[in-house]
Design a binder for this molecule. Structure first.
Ligand SMILES: CC(C)(COP(=O)(O)OP(=O)(O)OC[C@H]1O[C@@H](n2cnc3c(N)ncnc32)[C@H](O)[C@@H]1OP(=O)(O)O)[C@@H](O)C(=O)NCCC(=O)NCCS
Length: 173
């Protein structure tokens, strides 16, 4: 896999980020955007959720220091109930696609999940979204099922990633 070619900083999402995240959410998921209330409910569930944002900018620039949400180029959310976890959402501003930010966000979620004892990660992705499916496949996710009509105008592909340390137990089943 390539390097992250844009300078990004990942940090935990706060409620102050909600307006900027919702702008991206509506632009990137025009058919099935979350409502602001859904996002706020997720952020409130701190015992089982961890949301991160990616901010772009050069080190030491004003945007990064203020944490104002300016320069927010992506976000992702983890639900963790060990040994299982879910990628709740993931998105990168279209102007910043193809620079490794999606990869960085997913790697961060997987590291956060592993640190909490998650061995089995799940996600749902639109059947008409090969770009995201490709990203997940590269990280070891495998399609394990289909939920017909889960999204407006598309099925959901259910994908799962089993951590290497849990692979032996998986094979014993
Ligand atoms: C899916 C998404 C998060 C990827 O973000 P991104 O920052 O562009 O991802 P990356 O730059 O890290 O690239 C990830 C992979 O996408 C693929 N990719 C990158 N640029 C691409 C391009 N121009 N065309 C097609 N695929 C491309 C590559 O497989 C790449 O992996 P690699 O760099 O290891 O080869 C982003 O496209 C997005 O937000 N899409 C809309 C929302 C969405 O679909 N979210 C997922 C919901 S399940």
């Amino acid at each position: 896999m390539g390097e992250v070619t844009t300078q990004v900083r990942l940090r935990r999402m706060t409620t102050e980020d909600v307006p900027a995240v919702m702008d991206l959410e509506r632009a990137l998921f025009p058919l099935d955007a979350w409502s602001e209330g859904m996002l706020r409910d997720e952020l409130a569930e701190t015992a089982t959720r961890h949301y991160v944002v990616a901010e772009a900018g050069s080190p030491g620039s004003g945007d990064l220091e203020t944490g104002s949400g300016a320069g927010l180029v992506g976000y992702a959310g983890l639900r963790f109930v060990p040994p299982e976890g879910d990628v709740q959402t993931m998105a990168v501003a279209e102007t910043a696609w193809g620079r490794g930010i999606g990869r960085a966000l997913l790697a961060e979620l997987l590291a956060l999940a592993e640190a909490r004892g998650v061995t089995h990660m799940f996600l749902e992705v639109r059947s008409d979204n090969p770009r995201a499916q490709d990203l997940y496949t590269r990280f070891g996710f495998e399609a394990i099922g289909v939920r017909r009509g889960y999204y407006k105008g598309a099925d959901a592909i259910v994908m799962r990633r089993v951590a290497e340390k849990a692979m032996g137990e998986e094979n014993d089943e």
